[in-house]
Design a protein around this ligand. Structure first.
Ligand code: 6PG
Length: 256
């Protein structure tokens, strides 16, 4: 099923595997189109567990000749406060699943320094790297930002009831997340909503309530959900779901 919200294309697939395959196809398409149009693709990867299989699938197809990996600049939409070789690191997960297998020049891969001593300075420095590499004024415009969503509707490391959600100047912030008891570094909505294309990949029953709130018309409920603040002003928003995550909406899988 493909339905359009005012600003989103919502694609529902029967299974998590099919949703991952669909997201992988859209991911490759975004890279090819960006490089064809602008000779480079600036992409921000998501963390957590859902994208792991997507990255692995991209790695399996890495020699799919029409994906110009050598022209891709890789960034991270958020990162945990651990070293990049730590099992909880989003960079570590993406490196093992994809980046160690894709022919992307190492200098084009930009891990997020979320375990730095001075987190505010590290966030500001990461923002400067983005501003240096990713074109776009006044806000750099990523070709593709991949996002996941937690059961509470958080996305990247923008959690409900945190100040980072309403950040109106910075593009990258580091903040303490009370519900986790940990620090996180994250893109802000300013940067996410400047992207040409934002794609969510959301699977699993535990996301169904938050998905229903994001896609629903209850403005108060949506206000509480960070993922509902993602609305690229001049870009495309794609939400790829499996049937379990879409269970509390009226959307049915594409193959039904
Ligand atoms: C992170 C992610 C986060 C993730 C959601 C969903 O660092 O954890 O960036 O935003 O997308 O927490 O995580 P799962 O995919 O593990 O459900």
């Amino acid at each position: 099923m493909t339905a359009k919200r005012a600003t989103a294309e919502v694609i529902v697939m029967s299974s998590a595997e099919q949703a991952t395959d669909e997201a992988a196809a859209l991911f490759k398409q975004a890279i090819s189109h960006a490089v064809a149009d602008r000779r480079v693709c600036n992409v921000a990867l998501a963390g957590g567990t859902t994208p792991h299989d997507l990255y692995q699938k991209l790695a399996d197809d890495v020699y799919d000749c029409d994906v110009p990996w050598a022209s891709v600049n890789v960034f991270f939409g958020d990162e945990r406060d651990v070293p990049h070789d730590h099992v909880d690191s989003n960079y570590h997960m993406a490196q093992r699943a994809l980046l160690d297998h894709a022919p992307i020049p190492p200098e084009q891969i930009n891990p997020m320094p979320a375990d730095a001593e001075d987190l505010a300075a590290a966030a500001a420095e990461y923002e400067q790297i983005i501003r240096r590499i990713v074109p776009g004024e006044p806000i750099p415009q990523f070709d593709l930002i991949l996002l996941g969503m937690g059961g509470d509707g958080h996305t990247a490391s923008l959690f409900p009831r945190t100040d980072a959600l309403s950040e109106s100047h910075k593009l990258v912030v580091s903040h303490h997340v009370p519900v986790l008891g940990r620090n996180r570094m994250t893109f802000t909505c300013l940067l996410i909503n400047a992207a040409r294309h934002v794609m969510f990949l959301i699977t699993g029953e535990d996301k169904a309530d938050a998905v229903a709130a994001v896609l629903g018309d209850d403005k108060r409920a949506r206000k509480e959900i960070p993922a509902a603040q993602v609305n690229p002003s001049d870009g495309k928003l794609t939400i790829v779901l499996d049937a379990a995550a879409a269970r509390k909406t009226d959307l049915k899988p594409a193959t039904e």
